[in-house]
Design a protein around this ligand. Structure first.
Ligand SMILES: C[S@@+](CC[C@H](N)C(=O)[O-])C[C@H]1O[C@@H](n2cnc3c(N)ncnc32)[C@H](O)[C@@H]1O
Length: 270
């Protein structure tokens, strides 16, 4: 059951790795390492390219630690907004940490500032969880780290169902790992909303969306838009992918309901 949800950004490796090659990416940075399946791929890639892959996570899982050799793989244990400003500009960023509007908007601002300071174009930025459930609803690993005026009322216990903007007993939930906003939608809520708000202030960037495996967003400088588009076009806003993703999430929530009804002790497979 462990992989039932397909929740790792590593699922996108068949798209991400050719995209990085096409854009001549060398140094990479990953916000949110967790178990490290993507970290392993990107440290290997950095080693082959003579570059470095940096991971940022306040609580990486022990399984991830072996990937960091302090040469081509460097772990910064901490929160993105505390660590990013002290790091040099990278060629590509993978954003998959605390999935809420305040965090993602400010991660993007820091990424843009690092490029600007060094006179580089806006880098390749890949953002996970732009679809349901995080796209329009804040999730918080550490609600206390979010300023109260940017934090929505949230719950650690109640769950979500596709198509329902509220919360319920049951459904998809964090089981103590993260809290979710009580309501989906509206201002300052969710990862996709944060990207849209960033695009309003950052101006002319290209934005691609892959509606699969919880949703991947890709931001690139206009200089690289046509190269990126040549790889991403088959996936971008693809209605078949969107339908399949919707269907699998509805089925996933149904499995959670069955587990709950059966009184299963196991956490929802995630
Ligand atoms: C969804 S998991 C990442 C999965 C991983 N990127 C993958 O594709 O397999 C989210 C991770 O972000 C970390 N995290 C939570 N808040 C963070 C923050 N403010 N900065 C960086 N990482 C954070 C969590 O500890 C967790 O390990």
């Amino acid at each position: 059951m462990a992989d039932l949800l397909l929740h790792s950004m590593a699922e996108f490796a068949p798209v991400i790795l050719p995209l990085m090659d096409a854009l001549h990416v060398r140094d990479t940075l990953e916000i949110g390492v967790e178990y490290g399946p993507l970290t392993r791929l990107l440290v290997d890639r950095a080693r082959a390219a003579g570059g470095v892959h940096v991971g940022i996570d306040p609580a990486p899982k022990p399984e991830a630690l072996e990937h960091f050799d302090n040469l081509h793989g460097v772990l910064c244990e901490g929160r993105s907004l505390e660590v990013l400003a002290s790091l040099p500009a990278m060629d590509a960023y993978l954003v998959d940490g605390d999935h809420n509007h305040f965090t993602v908007l400010n991660e993007l601002r820091l990424i843009a500032a690092a490029a600007r300071i060094t006179g580089r174009p806006f880098p390749l930025v890949l953002l996970h969880d732009i679809g349901w459930p995080c796209g329009r609803r804040d999730h918080y690993y550490s609600p206390d780290a979010i300023p109260p005026e940017h934090r929505h009322p949230h719950t650690w216990d109640l769950g979500m169902r596709p198509g329902d903007p509220g919360v319920w007993q049951g459904g998809m939930r964090g089981e103590g790992a993260y809290a979710v906003a009580l309501h989906e939608g509206g201002r300052g809520n969710g990862v996709l909303t944060a990207i849209e708000d960033f695009l309003k202030e950052a101006g002319d960037l290209a934005f691609f969306r892959i509606p699969a495996a919880l949703g991947l967003g890709v931001l690139v400088d206009p200089l690289h838009a046509s190269q990126a588009g040549s790889i991403l076009a088959p996936y971008h806003d693809n209605p078949l992918l969107e339908r399949l993703e919707r269907n699998r999430l509805e089925l996933y929530v149904r499995v959670i309901d069955w587990q709950d009804q059966a009184g299963a002790q196991a956490a929802p497979a995630r």
